[in-house]
Design a protein around this ligand. Structure first.
Ligand code: PRP
Ligand code: URA
Length: 209
């Protein structure tokens, strides 16, 4: 079964509380999402392999550690996942970025895919899928299905807020994908929105409502 890491850090908790507030501006919401994504990336990349490299300091020659293994790919689930990409890229600037577009049908809450463009060498990369919200889990499950179909073996999922229902569904469908969550919320409501949540993440990032 996959690992579920729920972040327990005062800075992240404080920033999420501001994001949840209905009076927070789109600009502040975007900036906070990017900051939290950057902070989370620090932990999500903790197990990246290192290799020895010989370098020369102003003092002497020495063998030191540098990143070795697989390179990283970041795949936001459009639209709201876009708000996390720059946070990841600040720490991993060489990462390549793919995009998967899907939205939830308003009646059924089932995901509908409309776009998929992944880096050509994606199967050789470790992929971090980003989306602020894990509600029913349908969007994340569908996105990860496409990424696996492209040959990727090593996938992590990183989100801001998750409902227990979404975590369970994602773990069941993709038991090999570790899940990193900034905050685990109580439940879904009748419309499959996360409670207490923060509303529609895409609308709050882009100001579309
Ligand atoms: C939101 C969110 C996730 C999805 C989560 O996207 O960004 O992709 O809902 O819900 P689920 O776990 O039940 O699938 P939305 O469908 O609102 O599209 P948008 O990002 O374009 O607004
Ligand atoms: N998508 C969102 O943006 N918010 C929710 O609470 C659930 C799905």
């Amino acid at each position: 079964m996959s690992k579920v890491v729920v972040f327990d850090h005062p800075l992240i908790a404080h920033k999420i509380s501001i994001m949840r507030n209905v009076n927070t501006t789109n600009k502040d919401f975007r900036e906070l999402l990017e900051e939290i994504a950057m902070l989370m990336t620090y932990e999500v990349t903790r197990d990246l392999p290192l290799v020895d490299k010989e370098i020369e300091t102003p003092i002497c020659k020495t063998t030191q550690k540098v990143l070795g293994g697989r390179q990283i790919g970041v795949v936001p689930i459009l639209r709201a996942g876009l708000g996390m990409v720059n946070g990841v890229l600040k720490l991993v600037p060489a990462a390549k970025v793919g995009h998967i577009g899907c939205y939830r049908d308003e009646e059924t809450a089932k995901p509908i895919k409309y776009y998929c463009k992944l880096p050509v060498d994606v199967e050789q990369r470790e992929v971090i899928v980003v989306d602020p919200m894990l509600a029913t889990g349908g969007s994340a499950i569908m996105a990860i299905n496409f990424i696996k179909e492209a040959g990727v073996k090593n996938i992590k999922f990183m989100c801001l807020i998750a409902a227990p229902e979404g975590i369970e569904a994602l773990q069941k469908e993709h038991p090999d994908v570790d899940i990193f969550i900034a905050c685990k919320d109580e439940r879904l409501n009748e419309q499959n929105y996360i409670v207490p949540g923060l509303g529609d993440a895409g609308d709050r990032i882009f100001g579309t409502k």
